[in-house]
Design a protein around this ligand. Structure first.
Ligand code: BES
Ligand code: ZN
Length: 847
């Protein structure tokens, strides 16, 4: 019996909750009456509550019988036990609890967030974040996803404030000088989806989407940044109603930007909360990437209103049903809204991130056992989200989009207002497809890793083989059922696509001699490809015959093979020389990502050689694109220009680009011409380049700009620019700001992470992180240390690697789940590359 799970002898069906937060003292009190069904006689009721005090408990029956209970805390298991002197008989009862707690500053449970109003005066608001297991910090409850119930909330607040919760306000009254807001009943839903936000909030006018009014909320003064988020909010809501074939399950939809927010956003039914960068944006001043981020997050959370909120996984081991689906649906919705963004191509970058972690021995299957709360938290990773979404995309392509959607509709319809498991999804998809799904899918969900498909020619046939891909070798015997799409071009007529399900270790396919063959055509497969030398040569000759996602996969798979020691690094670097004409930003991001990794893995003496290589690879494209946008140019090309300029000015250390960036930035800062010609996608690159070669006065200037930024995106650009200044004392200064309250705790761990990944700052950053680990653990929100720890993958030298391992071992640091082990393995792989390829890189980069 898991001590963290609650007994099922008593089951809640409805919570009437009244909360009174006090923003001036950062405390709250509450009273709730929970309607429960008692299934067997009990002397005690066990429910979740932690960091709150239950001051009184009473249970009452339908015929007026009642008794007081005695409440005892069990903080280790985050529970309370309510004991009664007489047994409580089976039947329905009303359990009333009075409790009190503090509005904490850890961005979980019921917490406080601070900001400055338009005249610069510090202000506070209160907000909640309950997923995975923090509703128990705001009110005592059965805090497990399958104890679904109806919530009827009342908030007692300052008359100058507003409050938002999951449903519409049904009454507003005044009691003893306080504003009392009563909210409508919710649907039957899980505790982790309840939300409250209280403060001086502003809202847009609602837009009506079918029956649903949709508004964006923010702190005063930021409403002008709400339009874009509201647009994608409305578009994706309409898209999902039609895709799912079920109406939106709430009575209104509010999107709220919270100044301090641990995650990116949270899918509370009807009251979705966001960090400001993920919702508020000035469309005219933003880069494509910044706009795409807002669109993604809004669409993702809206997708959850059905997948997650209406139908919920039974337990946290099945969280992929929520998150992988929301991620998959996010792509569909954004792709439908802005097809010109080619969202499924940029999804390749997410798929690649999952392939990179899932190639480790320290990976885990998508569905994985969960007991304690920290294990639930550890499930929100790239395997749940990106591997999960990738295998759903692969399945959708295999079954056909219409069949897949039919299965999804059936699943939602059958399990609405209830819970479901992976088997339920397979059953629904199986009914729609009229074929058994587990046979194809179980390996992908329940076993770790993924296959490497190797292909060679043997006379008139192609030979395809599969084995598990790992960077460090030594994983044998697993097999998958792999939907493989081959594109075969014989040179006469149109190329043809052949589909097959590769089930055996080896399979032969007849193909005419001389044909050009692409494996993973369309790029949807969650596997890597390794071609024989003869086959890859024919592909590389005609890169223009491949789709962008196919070129992306070719680069990414070849780089992974280099990291795994299967392809020599000089062969990979030769391959990158073939992309002078490349104009897809995702393909470039694969190339730039690999060169950034390589930069961390070379001796400092080789850096000028690598910089020269970067200039060689990038200059033709940068010259062709120029510094300013052309009339009629698409958004992706504009973003590519920004990406390439940034890389050339930083990683490429290109003096000409640095000088021009300084000139243009000066014009921008002075507000003179040609400031008007600086494209929004280029400006952040200028900021980064100028910082990377900046001096102390420039640092002061950027610090001021960070403090006075007009948009969340501008604030981020200048914040991350502070991490790029090379001077040791400025590195120290920025590090100091991550623990002294100047940088919000929602951002500080990411700033530390960037500095660990930056070759000029990394050693100082590592010393700082070691020295301040306990402080960071105390200050930062709970997911943050994991994000920060990812930075150790940048400490690529044998000595640093030893020190990193020593630190985590002697300090006995456990981040929950497998992420730390994954980072350490990634570091091992990079150090191994460094040692293995040292001589080859010497020769290649010095010539
Ligand atoms: N359900 C999550 C929020 C969450 C994450 C809660 C981790 C608890 C732990 C939400 O739907 C989500 O996935 N948010 C993402 C953004 C999304 C676009 C991938 C996030 O916060 O990063
Ligand atoms: Zn999500």
């Amino acid at each position: 019996m898991n001590p963290y799970r609650l007994p099922r002898s008593v089951v809640p069906s409805r919570y009437d909750i009244r909360l009174t937060p006090d923003l001036t003292t950062a405390t709250f009190t509450g009273v709730e009456t929970i309607s429960v069904t008692v299934n067997e006689p009990v002397r005690e009721i066990v429910l979740n509550a932690v960091d709150i005090t239950i001051n009184a408990a009473r249970i009452a029956g339908e015929r007026g019988e009642a008794q007081e209970g005695h409440a005892t805390a069990d903080p280790e298991h985050e529970r309370y036990r309510i004991e009664f002197s007489a047994p409580v008989a089976p039947g329905t009862w009303r359990l009333t609890l009075a409790f009190a707690g503090t509005l904490n500053d850890k961005l979980r449970g019921f917490y406080r967030s601070t900001y400055k109003d338009p005249s610069g005066v510090p202000r506070m608001l209160a907000a909640t974040q309950f997923e995975a297991t923090d509703a128990r910090r705001a009110f005592p409850c059965w805090d497990e996803p399958d104890f679904k119930a109806v919530f009827a909330s009342t908030l007692v607040i300052d008359p100058a404030h507003t409050a938002v919760s999951n449903t519409s306000v049904v009454s507003e009254t005044v009691e003893a000088g306080k504003k009392v807001l009563r909210f409508a009943d919710t649907i039957k839903m899980s505790t982790y989806l309840v939300a409250y936000v209280v403060g001086e909030l502003e809202a847009t006018e609602p837009v009506q989407v079918g029956k649903t009014p949709l508004r964006v909320w923010c702190v005063p003064g930021k409403k002008r940044l709400a339009a874009f988020g509201q647009d994608i909010g409305a578009a994706s809501l309409a898209f999902f109603e039609s895709y799912y074939g079920l109406p939106y399950p709430g009575d209104k939809l509010d999107l709220l930007a919270i100044p301090d927010f641990a995650a990116g956003a949270m899918e509370n039914l009807g009251a979705i909360t966001f960090r400001e960068t993920a919702l508020l944006v000035d469309e005219a001043q933003a880069t494509h990437a910044e706009l795409e981020r807002v669109a993604d997050v809004v669409a993702h959370e809206n997708a959850h209103m059905w997948f997650g909120d209406l139908v919920t996984m039974s337990w946290w081991n099945g969280i992929w049903l929520n998150e992988a689906f929301a991620t998959f649906m996010e792509m569909l919705a954004v792709d439908a809204w802005k097809p010109e963004w080619k969202r499924w191509t940029s999804f390749g970058v997410s798929r690649a991130a999952a392939l990179s972690v899932d190639g480790l021995h320290a990976t885990r299957p998508i569905e994985f056992p969960v007991n304690a709360p920290r294990e639930a938290d550890a499930m929100f990773d790239v395997l749940t989200y990106e591997k999960g979404a990738s295998v759903l995309r692969m399945l959708e392509q295999y079954l056909g989009a219409d069949v897949f959607r039919q299965g999804v509709r059936d699943y939602l319809e059958r399990h609405r207002f209830a819970n479901a498991e992976t088997g339920d999804l397979w059953a629904a998809l199986g009914r729609a497809a009229d074929q058994p799904i587990p046979a194809v899918m179980n390996e992908w969900i329940f076993t770790p890793g993924y296959p490497l498909v190797s292909i060679r020619r043997d006379g008139g046939a192609l030979v395809l083989t599969q084995q598990r891909f790992t960077y460090l070798g030594g994983a044998e015997g697993q097999r998958w059922k792999i939907p493989v799409h081959l594109r075969i071009d014989t040179g006469t007529g149109q190329p043809v696509t052949r589909r097959l399900l590769l089930e055996d270790v080896e399979q032969h396919v007849d193909v005419p001699a001389g044909a050009r063959v692409l494996v993973n055509a369309g790029g949807h497969g969650f596997y890597r490809v390794r071609y024989s030398a003869e086959l890859v040569a024919t592909l590389v000759e005609r890169l223009d015959a491949l789709e962008p996602i196919e070129r992306f996969n070719l680069v990414n798979d070849t780089w992974a093979a280099t990291l795994a020691g299967l392809v020599p690094v000089n062969e990979y670097l030769d391959l990158t020389a073939r992309f002078h004409d490349e104009r897809d930003r995702n393909v470039w991001s694969a190339i730039l990502g690999s060169l950034t990794t390589l930069n961390r893995a070379i001796d400092a003496s080789l850096r000028p050689g690598l910089e020269a290589l970067v200039r060689d690879r990038l200059t033709p494209a940068v010259t062709a694109l120029g510094w300013s946008a052309r009339a009629g140019e698409d958004e992706l090309t504009r973003q590519l220009r920004g990406d390439l300029l940034r890389a050339l000015g930083t990683l490429g250390n290109d003096a000409g680009v640095q000088a021009r960036a300084a000139e243009l930035y000066a014009a921008h800062a002075a507000g003179t011409n040609p400031a008007t010609e600086i494209d929004a996608n280029v400006l952040p690159a200028l900021i980064a380049i100028v910082a990377s070669v900046g001096d102390e006065p420039r640092y002061r200037e950027f610090l001021e700009r960070f403090r006075r930024a007009a948009t969340p995106q501008e604030e981020q650009r200048y914040l991350y620019a502070l991490t790029l200044f090379p001077q040791p004392q400025l590195v120290e200064e920025t590090l100091g700001r991550t623990v002294n309250g100047e940088i919000r705790t929602q951002d500080a761990p990411f700033v530390n992470r960037s500095m660990l990944l930056n070759v000029t700052a990394r050693e100082r950053a590592w010393e700082f992180v070691k020295a301040n680990w306990d402080t960071m653990d105390r200050l930062y929100p709970k997911h943050a240390l994991r994000r920060l720890a990812e930075g150790v993958t940048g400490l690529v030298s044998a000595e640093l690697e030893r020190d990193v391992n020593d630190f985590f071992t002697t300090r006995k640091i456990d981040l929950g789940g497998k992420q730390l082990a994954q980072y350490l393995e990634q570091l091992r792989i990079a150090v191994a590359l460094r040692e293995r390829e040292r001589a080859a890189l010497e020769a290649y980069l010095r010539r």
